[in-house]
Design a protein around this ligand. Structure first.
Ligand SMILES: [Zn+2]
Length: 155
């Protein structure tokens, strides 16, 4: 049974009666009215500070949720259509272990990968990324970025 998550408010819903699948074009979040839900194979509980980004099968940004601005300083309209890795300056992974490329290529989840992003103001932030391939045939990805706790010895 597919699970749906709202990239904006992170509300999770179950497709109890198959209705959401049939009405996918017009489906919107019951809680905040956001006009886009992401379909997941497994249920997912994003952290309270997580920012969710939905991407197409080429890794281009389709939607960015509420938490993304707090974390990165980018507004959704500045991100639309951009490559998710480039838009956030994602780095800190080995070239062969880019979690986003792996998820796109192999259709596998990547959880709890420590990476870095570059905020709109240019500062580098340590984050954790979870990446989920889309459940439906359109492919695509859900990227969840969460702040990593600062290393105390560096504070
Ligand atoms: Zn919502």
């Amino acid at each position: 049974m597919p699970f749906f998550i709202c990239p904006n408010c992170k509300n999770r819903s179950l497709d109890h009666d198959g209705k959401q699948g049939l009405l996918r074009q017009g489906v919107s979040c019951e809680r905040c009215g956001f006009g886009f839900l992401f379909e997941l194979l497994d249920d997912y509980y994003p952290g309270p500070n997580a920012g969710l980004i939905a991407c197409d099968r080429a890794g281009r940004i389709l939607a960015a949720g509420r938490g993304v601005f707090e974390l990165t300083g980018f507004r959704e309209h500045e991100l639309m259509g951009k490559d998710v890795v480039e838009a956030f300056g994602l780095a800190g992974f080995d070239a062969e272990r880019n979690p986003i490329a792996l998820a796109l290529e192999w259709g596998v989840r990547r959880l709890d990968e420590p990476i870095e992003l570059r905020s709109r103001a240019g500062s580098v932030k340590a984050v954790t990324v979870d990446v989920f391939p889309g459940y439906d045939s359109d492919g695509g990805l859900l990227v969840s970025l969460s702040p990593r706790r600062a290393n105390r010895s560096r504070a």
